[in-house]
Design a binder for this molecule. Structure first.
Ligand SMILES: Cc1cc2nc3c(=O)[nH]c(=O)nc-3n(C[C@H](O)[C@H](O)[C@H](O)COP(=O)(O)O)c2cc1C
Length: 200
């Protein structure tokens, strides 16, 4: 055998990170960090389209608000956003009512009533089509992508794709609970980058 049985995990298949933006009942924004996210083909009233599936584990404020509103945003995480993103991923919204004391620059979605993040180069506005309950603390949301907004320079096809991709400086959820950049640099263990926020 050339391979050995290993632990289940995504260690060598890093996943893009997104900040999901939702609105509280009073209209204020809320953010959480997520990586169980991928593209799917969906059928909408407009015909076939590109959608996403988002898996949300145990019950949490982001899940409460997605269920209540039926819409949310997904904002790509970059190196610049990492300390804030790490904080949003390690601090529970239900247990910390003041979680949003650290905030990015918030904008209004272009097509849906969702908060998006100005510092993120790519934001998606998503409408839930279906929630699949797998088991206690595990639900998958199938969503239609209603709008995508991105920094204008990323749309300039005169610049080779790889250069535009690297210019985004995306951070991925790599193996062993570490963050890695798209160009292969280690950005620390989950829970480390957020320490920069406290120092500010
Ligand atoms: C790197 C990273 C990735 C995460 N990805 C997910 C995910 O895909 N699904 C999930 O349910 N929780 C995920 N979490 C945990 C949530 O971010 C965490 O539960 C957070 O408290 C959610 O915010 P909220 O409590 O304000 O809703 C992740 C956390 C980290 C640090």
């Amino acid at each position: 055998m050339s391979k050995k049985l290993a632990e289940n995990g995504n260690d060598f298949c890093p996943q893009s990170l997104f900040l999901y933006g939702t609105k509280n009942e009073d209209g204020t924004p809320h953010f959480g960090l997520f990586c169980w996210f991928s593209y799917i083909s969906t059928l909408t009233e407009n015909g076939e389209g590109l959608g996403v599936m988002a898996c949300i584990g145990e019950e949490k404020l982001t899940k409460d608000l997605i269920r209540k509103n039926g819409v949310f945003s997904a904002n790509l995480v970059t190196e610049e956003l990492l300390p804030l993103a790490d904080y949003y991923g390690n601090i529970s919204g239900r247990e910390n009512p003041d979680k949003m004391r650290h905030m990015p620059t918030v904008e209004q979605g272009l097509k849906l009533d969702v908060p998006t993040i100005a510092e993120s180069p790519i934001s998606m506005e998503l409408r839930v089509q279906k929630e699949i309950h797998l088991t206690e603390g595990s639900d998958v949301f199938l969503c239609e992508i209603v709008a995508v907004s991105m920094k204008e320079e990323l749309m300039n096809k005169q610049i080779p794709f790889i250069d535009r991709y690297l210019s985004v400086m995306p951070v991925l959820a790599g193996g062993e609970l570490r963050y890695v950049t798209a160009d292969g640099r280690d950005m620390g263990h989950w829970g480390e980058p957020m320490q920069e926020l406290a120092e500010k």
